[in-house]
Design a protein around this ligand. Structure first.
Ligand SMILES: O=c1ccn([C@@H]2O[C@H](COP(=O)(O)OP(=O)(O)O)[C@@H](O)[C@H]2O)c(=O)[nH]1
Length: 364
């Protein structure tokens, strides 16, 4: 019998179809619209994998100035977002929504009337750890995180750090890395060359280590259109161009060869990168080029253990190690990166955390 096509009267004038949504548990995931860049793409990518692979339902949120809403407008907006949610469902919140902590708090509170609803917080970034002026807000963020039934965090280091500051959520899933579902030709191996590629917008957000690049022995290649930049004059710096599309970027990096550099010289970010997961790392590994990372970053041990590149304490050390490397050593590394990169290109980090989170929530 095809129940989906028949309306059963079960009590009074309510039909089977009307209560169907309450019987079958749904998993929802929030997705942010109106925000570009690595942070916006990370939300779109995760929600895309969740919908395509697991049939999770999207709750779309627009990035907007929350203060432009009156309390009534905000309530109406939130009612619209949560319209498909029923008692007993699971909601994965991709956080922050980048609409400010007040929006995140009010949004979570809007789910309180739902019986048996469970909340998973997937923490992409912790704003108080990214900007010195926001550090005082950490306590408020952690109090908010404590409302989750399960929390997904970028690294074990982040979990330990937040626990020391008051995080009490018992169920924790560790993300480790960002995926980069790109399409590239794996038959052409990246070339061994004394070059470090840096994939970020260095024109809009100048980086001191880029502007002070002084190595004649190792070239720095940046993702910027060629131009007359005073900081690049007479320097060993190459311009790769800017890429809107992640596959085009991965292709350009693979063609460029050499290494992918994950680096920061801002002390707040050096500290943050001990605990967060950077999109760039996924981008490099998906493209197939070995990476150079600081030895303090969360995934440094994985880079060493799986022969995915170099974990160093300074750029000078990186330059020396690149200089001393043989072509054979590089080619072995590039092969190991291509093998590991399958996880990233096929979205396995997201697939794993999206299922582990629901499984641990209901099983453990
Ligand atoms: O030509 C480029 C260079 C970089 N990026 C993107 O910018 C990200 C890096 O940006 P950011 O440094 O803000 O992110 P993080 O690595 O710190 O997460 C990369 O992973 C790419 O997705 C891009 O779209 N086009």
């Amino acid at each position: 019998m095809n129940q989906g096509s028949v309306i059963y009267t079960i009590s009074g004038n309510r039909s089977w179809k009307e209560v169907e949504g309450n019987i079958i548990m749904k998993v929802h995931i929030t997705n942010l619209y109106g925000m570009g860049g690595a942070a916006g793409n990370a939300q779109q990518m995760t929600a895309g994998i969740a919908q395509k692979e697991f049939n999770y339902h999207e709750l779309g949120i627009y990035k907007y100035p929350m203060n432009s809403d009156t309390p009534d407008m905000l309530r109406t907006r939130l009612d619209g977002i949560v319209a498909s949610v029923s008692h007993g469902d699971i909601v994965i919140f991709q956080l922050p929504t980048w609409n400010g902590i007040r929006f995140d708090e009010v949004f979570e509170e809007h789910f309180r009337g739902y019986r048996g609803l469970k909340k998973i917080f997937f923490i992409h970034d912790v704003p108080p750890l990214m900007e010195k002026k926001l550090f005082g807000e950490l306590e408020r963020y952690i109090a908010f995180y404590n409302r989750a039934d399960l929390i997904i965090l970028p690294s074990r280091n982040m979990a330990e750090y937040l626990q020391a500051k008051g995080l009490t959520v018992k169920k924790i899933v560790i993300q480790r890395m960002w995926d980069a579902p790109v399409d590239i030709d794996l038959t052409k191996m990246p070339k061994f060359r004394k070059r470090m590629n840096f994939a970020a917008n260095v024109v809009m957000y100048p980086r001191p280590f880029v502007q002070n690049w002084n190595s004649d022995r190792v070239e720095l290649a940046v993702t910027a259109e060629p131009g007359n930049y005073a900081w690049a004059d007479h320097k060993n710096i190459h311009f790769l161009g800017w890429f809107e599309n992640e596959s085009a970027l991965a292709y350009a990096l693979r063609k460029s060869g050499g290494f992918g550099l994950l680096w920061h010289d801002d002390p707040v970010w050096i500290e943050y990168m001990k605990r967060n997961a950077c999109c760039k790392l996924g981008t490099y590994l998906a493209s197939g080029i070995p990476v150079i990372v600081h030895s303090s970053i969360a995934e440094a041990d994985t880079i060493r253990r799986k022969n995915l590149g170099l974990a160093v304490d300074s750029l000078d050390e990186a330059v020396n190690q690149v200089e001393q490397m043989t072509e054979d050593q590089y080619n072995r590394m590039a092969q190991d990166v291509d093998s590991f990169g399958n996880l990233i290109r096929q979205g396995f980090f997201a697939k794993k955390l999206l299922t582990d989170a629901v499984f641990q929530l209901l099983y453990d």
